[in-house]
Structures are given as structure tokens and as C-alpha cells.
Design a binder for this molecule. Structure first.
Ligand SMILES: *Cc1c(COP(=O)(O)O)cnc(C)c1O
Length: 362
């Protein structure tokens, strides 16, 4: 059945080995693999959990982690929750998560209570915001950082495992030697002032890996968290391909359901499209237009690229995508399958749409 996501587990594994080589061997960092981009796909997670090169398996959603916590723990690795927990999910966090990222004392207090009930000590990573302006205590407020650490260290069932930063997500701020050094400096200050040792100073996501081969990852950063770099082979700071990786470990297939010659300009008064947008059309004369059986409900049109470079995506609606196949050498027919590589948004939507089937290649 189509649409279908082809997941090439072997290619993902070679991507994993390539990013592990950079991160662990050359960067002297532990490797946290992030599973949310492919909605914690079980075959992908199985491969990741069993790889000797992975130290932690992380996701932003407790539900995804719950689906694989047993497998990851059985393989001797820790599960990690990346998104700051909601008050209402602390009991699930304590159950399925070994290390959670936090920035709110009220939440950490609840985690402490829940961990006490469960008779365990729960590890947390305190998030510091270096200017991307998503989660974390703002780096210039050293008073607030000190206050938080001091209270956390009093909690019997919470252990401060380390500190971390997230960049290039909301504010699109690029990790550099300068901003990441600030994180290391904050870590060292905490260690000195409280006479403790932090296990982890986590220096970001797939946008930080490029610093390693430039020799610009500050000493002291000892962990990176990689999703897109592993799944799609992308350095997300400057959108380059990471050495030794491929971008076609995931392929989207869809079937042509209509193929007709029609004009390129719609006829009649132009209103708004199915999503309330005013469309723009270019007059290209008569065209060969193919409709495939997939739509905006299942994928992101701006985040998919036809494998046949002569195909152009014209647009779409909830359940249809229209392709310009006028200039294709291949004589497409109704029933033919068209393939696409994916960007992050396309991967996220296709892997979370219940309408997209999956097939595994090895
Ligand atoms: C999603 C996420 C990551 C992974 O991001 P990639 O760009 O896919 O590597 C890492 N850390 C946090 C906090 C995240 O939310």
C-alpha cells in the first residue's frame, strides 16, 4: 500500500557509525541518539539500542520513550527525555526516563517527590539558555542558576547529572566556540562553588557537530545529542552533508492516481486555497500534471525532493500533491510510483501520519 516510507536500516546504521566516528573518536563526546525525527520507529530504535557506539537514547515525548524503554535499558543504555516535563507527566517520567532535561524548580520538586515514592534517584540535566530563547535558565542570570543548583542538591531523590544547552531551534542561533565556552564556564563555576562533579556538559544537537572537525568544540563539552545528523546525514548549522553519511536512508513513495494535460493557470476568479492561502501561479502553457495519492496531512511539501530531478512539485492540498512531469524523460503512467528524499519536516510528518505505511530494507 502507498504512500510508503522506505526505511533502509543499513544506511541508517552507516550514518550512525559515521556520526559516532566524529562525535566519539574525534570529539571525545558521548553520543546521545535522538529518535523523535522518525517517531521512535521500532526497527530504527532496535538498531540504535544495540549499537555499541551509542551511550544514550533520547526523545522529546514520554510516549515514544515508553514504547522502547525496556529495550534500551536491556541493552545497558539510559533513556533521556529532552523536552522539559509537564507537571502532569512526572509519574511517567520517573517510570520510563533515566535522565530528564529540566529548567523549572516546581517541576523538579514534583520529580523528587515521585522518585521518592518509587524509591529511586532520578538524574536531571539543568538546561541553560545561551540566547536561542527556547528552554533553559537564561545564562546571564547566574544568581538564578546558583539558586536552582543549590535547591536541587538538597533534594534526596534527584541527582544533578549535568548541564546542557539547546541551540538552532527557535532562535536559529549557531553554536560557536564563544557561546559553548560560556556553558563550560558555567559548569566549572557550579563544580567549584558546590564542590561537585558534573557528569555531563551537553553541547547541543546536530548543529554542533560541525565544530568538531573545525577543532572549535570547546574542551569540557562531553556530549552531543544527534537526531537529524544521524537520520538524514545533515550538519544543520550550515546545511552541509556530514562526511560518510547519506541522505537517502529514508525514501517516500507515492502512487500516481491521475495524469492529464491541463493548463498551468486555473480558470475563474482566484480566492483562497484549502489552507486559506492566496496561491500564485506561473503561466507555463499546457502541462503534463500528475496527481499522487498523498497530501499535506501526511507530509511537508517544502521538505521533500523528487528523486527524478525532472519532476517539479507544483503544490497540493490535504490529500493530493500535484507534480509537473512535462519535462520528464520517463513516460509516467497512472499507477507508477514516484520517490522522494525527505528533509526534517517531511520526515517528521510522514513518520507520524497513520496513513503512511512503512517498509524496511536491510
Ligand atoms: C530535538 C532535539 C535534539 C535533536 O535535534 P537534531 O537537530 O535532530 O539533532 C537535541 N536536543 C533537544 C533538546 C531537542 O529537542
Amino acid at each position: 500500500m502507498y504512500p510508503k516510507l522506505i526505511i533502509d536500516v543499513n544506511k541508517l546504521e552507516s550514518n550512525l557509525n559515521a556520526v559516532a566516528e566524529i562525535t566519539r573518536e574525534r570529539g571525545h563526546c558521548s553520543l546521545m541518539i535522538v529518535t523523535k525525527g522518525l517517531c521512535a520507529d521500532q526497527e530504527m530504535v532496535k538498531m540504535v539500542a544495540n549499537s555499541p557506539k551509542v551511550d544514550y537514547v533520547a526523545d522529546s515525548r514520554v510516549k515514544n520513550i515508553a514504547s522502547y524503554a525496556d529495550m534500551v535499558r536491556a541493552a545497558g543504555k539510559k533513556t533521556v527525555l529532552l523536552r522539559i516535563p509537564m507537571h502532569d507527566e512526572v509519574s511517567e517520567v520517573i517510570k520510563y526516563v533515566d535522565l530528564s532535561f529540566n529548567s523549572e524548580l516546581s517541576t523538579i520538586r514534583l520529580l523528587n517527590k515521585e522518585a521518592e515514592k518509587a524509591g529511586i534517584v532520578h538524574d536531571i540535566l539543568l538546561m541553560i539558555d545561551l540566547g536561542d530563547l527556547r528552554e533553559g535558565i537564561f545564562f546571564q542570570r547566574e544568581d538564578l542558576i546558583r539558586q536552582a543548583v543549590s535547591e536541587i542538591l538538597e533534594m534526596k531523590n534527584i541527582r544533578l547529572y549535568g548541564i546542557g544547552v539547546n541551540l538552532t531551534c527557535y532562535g536559529a542561533i549557531i553554536p560557536k566556540y564563544e557561546n559553548l565556552s560560556k556553558l563550560v564556564e558555567i559548569g566549572r563555576k557550579i563544580e567549584e562553588e558546590f564542590a561537585i562533579q558534573l557528569q555531563m556538559i551537553s553541547g547541543g544537537n546536530s548543529s554542533s557537530i560541525y565544530l568538531i572537525d573545525k577543532g572549535e568544540l570547546p574542551e569540557g563539552i562531553n556530549n552531543l545529542r544527534l537526531g537529524e545528523a544521524f537520520l538524514l546525514g545533515n550538519d544543520t548549522a550550515y546545511e552541509t552533508r556530514l562526511p560518510g553519511t547519506t541522505g537517502d536512508g529514508l525514501l517516500l513513495q507515492a502512487q500516481i492516481i491521475e495524469l492529464k494535460e491541463k493548463p498551468s493557470l486555473p480558470i475563474g476568479e482566484v480566492g483562497v486555497d484549502a489552507f486559506g492561502q492566496k496561491p500564485y501561479y506561473e503561466d507555463r502553457g499546457m502541462m503534463k500534471r500528475a496527481i499522487i495519492g498523498i497530501g499535506k496531512q501526511d507530509t511537508d511539501l517544502d521538505s521533500m525532493t523528487p528523486v527524478d530531478p525532472q519532476i517539479e512539485i507544483m503544490g497540493g492540498s490535504s490529500d493530493h500533491i500535484i507534480l509537473d512531469v512535462t519535462h520528464c524523460d520517463r513516460a509516467y503512467q497512472v499507477g507508477d510510483i514516484v520517490e522522494f528524499t525527505l528533509g526534517y519536516g517531511g520526515m517528521l510528518k510522514t513518520s507520524t501520519s497513520p496513513y503512511v505505511e512503512r517498509e524496511y530494507k536491510r
